[in-house]
Design a protein. Structure first.
Length: 178
């Protein structure tokens, strides 16, 4: 295959990939607009910048309220009932899992005996996620370490997570700057 053909194929791939990426952004923005007002109260109550909480939700679930993460793998059940069953199954098996828009971890669910059905309601999930972030901010200050600790107590994972949140935060600030 000549160099010119390779460039043409590569260019076509880039155009297709870019189109898919734009479609995904539109879908994300549509979900985000649906839930954005739910961040107002908990962010105000806990003193968390709303754009920061939204950046975390983007990273955690892509703003999908029924997202369940099972030991590192995302699952997107079609209904609340299916999501409840997936989470309860993980609970029975004793594996780590995260629930909802803010991906509240099973550690917090067990520790505070949070009913799973509440975490599948976007308003409750966002409130709990912001409350958890506030715990880390109280512990470390309003900084990237606290943001990283929302995700993991492991230093390198917290650092990597913070980098991802910064990227989402920049994108949110650009998207809502108008």
């Amino acid at each position: 295959m000549c160099f010119r053909k390779i460039l043409q194929v590569l260019l076509c791939f880039c155009i297709v990939f870019q189109a898919v990426e734009v479609w995904a952004d539109v879908s994300l923005l549509t979900r985000e607009q649906r839930f954005t007002k739910l961040f107002d109260y908990p962010c105000r109550k806990f003193g968390i910048p709303k754009a920061l909480a939204m950046a975390i939700a983007r990273q955690e679930s892509d703003m999908r309220p029924l997202c369940i993460n099972l030991a590192g793998k995302d699952v997107y059940p079609a209904t609340v009932e299916d999501a409840l069953e997936v989470a309860k199954n993980a609970q029975r098996r004793g594996i780590s899992y995260d629930v909802g828009i803010m991906q509240v971890n099973s550690y917090w669910i067990r520790k505070y005996k949070i009913p799973l059905h509440l975490l599948l309601q976007p308003r409750s999930n966002i409130y709990m996620g912001c409350w958890i972030l506030k715990q880390e901010i109280d512990r470390y200050g309003l900084n990237w370490l606290a943001v990283g600790r929302y995700h993991s107590p492991t230093d390198w994972r917290a650092r990597d997570y913070s980098v991802k949140i910064k990227r989402h935060l920049r994108n949110i600030l650009v998207a809502y700057s108008d």
